[in-house]
Design a protein around this ligand. Structure first.
Ligand code: NAP
Length: 228
């Protein structure tokens, strides 16, 4: 049975990704920064879903989670860096509050980077891992739009991290891709978004369950390549 880790999985896209993966027979580590926040998720989930605390902005939490994965889980097949924050429509580059920029950097970029370093030994063990960085077209140099400076810059950096990691993990046959789920009805996306969480999560699952000859170092939505 495959084992997957999903960050920021107590609600929104992360929770739906957990549901869909578990539905496909994957053992899923549902993680969230507070156990209280995941309480609702845990009530509806069961079976092959295991909860563990993970605050992606806190290096100590990442280390303690990695220790748990090493001692209690063993091999990891899929890592989904889903947690994300600060779709900052209320500011632009000139008015940006650097406290917001700094928080976005910690969660959207450094968190995924630190987590991959920390669980790399377990990811490598399976001999064919998958890493999915949940990004956004907002971080694309071609598709981005005005506003949301903290979000766009940190997602663009996540895209570059994806590219660098894909090269560094190629010898381990680990496929690393960035995925934009589209504009989705979640707390971040708001209720006017055209896509359901089911549709958005489907796009993420595509990259999580790629065959061994699947692409690496790419940016995708619905399995279709997006421009960086
Ligand atoms: P959401 O409903 O706001 O969920 C965000 C999740 O991230 C929550 O579970 C939140 O947990 C978690 N999180 C925040 N800070 C964290 C931290 N320090 N450690 C661990 N988890 C943390 O948003 P969403 O729409 O599901 O977003 C999921 C991903 O999709 C994000 O990366 C987002 O950028 C991306 N995305 C979304 C859209 C969209 O339209 N919705 C479009 C493109 C990309 P708490 O409950 O504890 O805050």
């Amino acid at each position: 049975m495959k084992t997957a880790i999903v960050t920021g999985a107590n609600r929104g896209l992360g929770l739906e990704v957990v549901r869909q993966l578990a539905g496909q027979g994957v053992r899923v580590l549902l993680t969230s920064r507070t156990e209280a926040g995941a309480a609702g998720a845990m009530q509806v989930e069961a079976g092959e879903i295991i909860y563990h605390q993970l605050d992606i902005a806190d290096p100590e939490s990442i280390q303690s989670f990695a220790n748990y994965v090493r001692t209690d889980i063993g091999t990891v097949d899929v890592l989904i860096n889903n947690a994300g924050i600060h779709y900052d429509t209320f500011q632009n580059t000139l008015t940006a509050d650097f406290h917001i920029v700094e928080e976005a950097w910690q969660v959207n970029t450094l968190g995924p980077w630190r987590l991959i370093q920390a669980i790399y030994p377990q990811l490598r063990k399976g001999g064919g891992g998958r890493v999915v960085n949940v990004s956004s077209a907002s971080g694309s140099f071609v598709e981005s739009w005005p506003g949301t400076p903290a979000y766009a810059v940190t997602k663009a950096a996540l895209n570059m991290l994806t590219l660098k990691l894909s090269a560094d993990l190629a010898n381990d046959k680990i496929l690393v891709n960035a995925v934009c789920p589209g504009w989705v009805r979640t707390r971040m996306g708001g209720q006017n978004a055209p896509r359901s969480v089911e549709e958005g999560a489907h796009s993420i699952l595509w990259a999580a369950l790629l065959p061994d000859d699947g692409p690496t170092g790419g940016f995708f939505r619905d399995g279709e390549r997006l421009p960086w």
